[in-house]
Design a protein around this ligand. Sequence first.
Ligand code: UD1
Length: 418
Amino acid sequence: MEKFVITGGTPLKGVVNISGAKNAAIAIIPATLLVEDECILENIPDIKDVNIILDMLSCLGAVVERIDKNTVKINATNLHTYIVEKDLASKMRASYYLLGALCGRFKKASVALPGGCNFGIRPIDQHIKGFEALNCKIGIKSGSVEVDASLLSAGHIYFDKVSVGATINIMIAAAKAPGVTVLENAAREPHVVDVANFLNSMGANIKGAGTDTIKITGVEKLHGGTYGVIPDQIEAGTYMFAAAATRGDVTIKNVIPKHLDAITSKFVEMGVEVIEGDDEVRVIATKELKKINVKTLPYPGFPTDLQPPMVALLTTVSGTSIVTESVWDSRYQYVSELGKMGAQITVDGRVAVIEGGTPLLGAEVVATDLRAGAGMIIAGLCASGETHISEIKYIDRGYEDVEEKFGALGADIKRIDD
Ligand code: UD1
């Protein structure tokens, strides 16, 4: 079992390049099933979740080739099944995007119930509502979601909850559905826009992605082409938090600064300096930082996926900070791990109260999920002594070359086989 061993206490300094967005890549890859031609995808991160979804496409019959570390060629002309088996689908949450893609392609889909990080109940009722509005019959049979999309046609959907997954899934399913589909109360995350841009570049007609109303005029056919995925907002945010927490000075390159506004504005409130360039942000944390309160929200609010890195940072800031998690029911499992390092945090439901400024000490901790793992790395970088992080398989799901990137910023982080 692999572990990270971190010796903390060094302010991070230097330049880090951000990879392509995981959450865009793992939606765009399934969307290539709508295209009966060759798609070349650039800026695809070389991470576990991407490799799992590529395996799923191969199992369906698509020809998948990695041209280089970050470029993938997919030809889905000859698919031979619409069934995604349990052992593959249960490995990740995003397998539900295959429902939308297979419906658009085969008018039929059978995908075992999705797995993924466990932070509370993860319902798919909004996906189901969307498929029904597109005139599909959908049900759960022996642990698989089965969709009959033989009458697939446009529909009007008002989502009861802002859901990234449901917005993208229904957008993919509707891309080739006859008529005009309207999605209201849609998610506005950058990766929703990226999936729409990908589909449009292959011939789809999607307008309004990035607002809460998306209109999709179904087209008969999509053509192949080349598309580059956007930079990863959450990976960029993770390095911003690591820079601030270690009181460092880091330039984070290959980003879209606008996507980082929610973080930048909180940093400014705390006294962290952020200098924006065209495609980079420099984070300088030399002054004393101030406590803050923060609430996670759908985009353009503060991202829930950066809540653990934010909590790790706030443990280093004197005073009482309050974090409210409004997206997921149960996203504080990692707090007890921070407690092992001396952090003083109490959690009541969706609210975490952080009494910051007490020194963090190295300890044996567990990465309880992907972004919690990022929080543990940041805490380890700030702690005195050695921190051992186990279950790093979660971190490998979403961070490309993580120890190399932190290492290049001066962090003492090693991957060991325990
Ligand atoms: C995606 C991200 C995840 C991030 C989340 C919110 C991927 C692979 N994962 O997850 O990292 O934390 O967005 O930014 O992109 N909900 C329902 N019914 C549904 C669907 C969702 O009630 O049918 C609820 C969820 O329980 C949650 C909220 O809506 O409380 C947001 O979920 P959603 O945006 O769908 O998250 P994911 O797309 O699964």
